[in-house]
Design a binder for this molecule. Structure first.
Ligand SMILES: C[S@@+](CC[C@H](N)C(=O)[O-])C[C@H]1O[C@@H](n2cnc3c(N)ncnc32)[C@H](O)[C@@H]1O
Length: 320
């Protein structure tokens, strides 16, 4: 790859703030100031939503532009490794700079993908870099606002954006297909706890006093909140089972009703579309595991040594 631009230096054609940023009332902040802010805060541990700059209401807002700071090679490699990127993946890099994440994924792992950046000079540079690296067929770079980018094609989304950008993006990221991996360099996504994180030394990092980076990975969970109805095998025969699930990001809690008894669901676990939990009901332990798809859980119930098919449609859905 060519020597990366550290920052777009020419002010002859400064990148315009994106419409979304302008709508959010962004004022242009000198790059030095933004970097000073980055230096002061990077790396930032995953923080609760309340720690983000919130201006008078509970919605996260963009108050500063994310400047161009390239992710060093070791960070790119770690991001791709932690996300388990492979040849079946389609990556979208939000704010793609010189294209290095998408280009490395295509060149080293035969993945496909595109990057978007609002700076046309960076989009041109990324496009040239992709051609030089021989991956033009499997990559593309667009001058586009990340907040207007359709993410539907992604199996992996990569980001190196300020935390308030991540917080604004959170609802759209959580709504992606279950199993989609989100990878972020240095910043969390509001109150969404990462499924994995690693901090690595990065001596060549252009910002931050610590010369280290933290990489976070999230796996988009299925949306399982609501009431699910099924039948359950118990020692006293088959019974109706109703389960109420509450969800916050990938964390679930809930209660179940069997034979007029209400019991908490225990050891609840949700990753991607896989869900499992257990119930202590009528003096026995019942285990459930399955996959959620189209408002239906399909899997098995385990009671002692016995495995039986388990299906639970969501109540109130068209299929319920
Ligand atoms: C910190 S750099 C990361 C570059 C690259 N992803 C990497 O990790 O090397 C963030 C990039 O986001 C771009 N960016 C910031 N806000 C954007 C927006 N609203 N729409 C598109 N790109 C944006 C900047 O121009 C910059 O290139």
């Amino acid at each position: 790859m060519t020597q990366p631009l550290l920052f777009p230096t020419s002010r002859a054609s400064p990148p315009l703030p994106s419409p979304a940023v302008r709508r959010a009332g962004t004022r242009r902040v000198p790059v030095a100031l933004v970097l000073a802010a980055l230096l002061a805060v990077a790396p930032v541990p995953v923080a609760g939503a309340a720690e983000y700059p919130v201006r008078g209401d509970s919605e996260p807002r963009i108050t500063e532009e994310t400047p161009y700071v390239p992710s060093p090679r070791i960070v790119v490699d770690t991001m791709l490794r932690m996300a388990g990127v492979n040849a079946r993946d389609f990556l979208i890099d939000l704010g793609s700079g010189d294209g290095r994440i998408i280009i490395t994924a295509a060149r080293e792992l035969r993945a496909r993908g595109f990057g978007v950046d609002y700076d046309p000079r960076l989009v041109r540079l990324a496009t040239e870099n992709a051609a030089r690296e021989g991956v033009s067929d499997s990559t593309a770079f667009y001058q586009q606002d990340i907040f207007k980018t359709d993410l539907g094609q992604a199996t992996v989304v990569t980001m190196y954006l300020l935390p308030e950008y991540n917080a604004v993006l959170k609802p759209r990221l959580l709504a992606l297909r279950p199993g989609t991996r989100i990878v972020s360099h240095d910043y969390g996504i509001g109150d969404w706890e990462p499924d994995a994180q690693e901090t690595i030394p990065v001596p060549e990092k252009p910002v931050g006093a610590m010369k280290q980076s933290t990489i976070y990975v999230w796996v988009v969970p299925a949306q399982v909140a609501g009431r699910w109805r099924s039948r359950v095998q118990t020692v006293r025969g088959i019974a109706d089972l109703e389960i109420d699930i509450a969800q916050r990001n990938q964390h679930i809690t809930g209660t179940a009703r069997v034979r007029g008894c209400e019991v908490p669901i225990e050891r609840p676990f949700l990753k991607s579309s896989y869900l499992s939990f257990r119930l202590e009901a009528g003096g026995e332990t019942l285990l459930f595991q399955g996959h959620v798809s189209n408002d239906r859980i399909t899997g098995e119930q385990i009671r002692g040594e016995r495995h039986t098919r388990w299906r639970a449609p969501k109540m109130g859905s068209a299929r319920g």
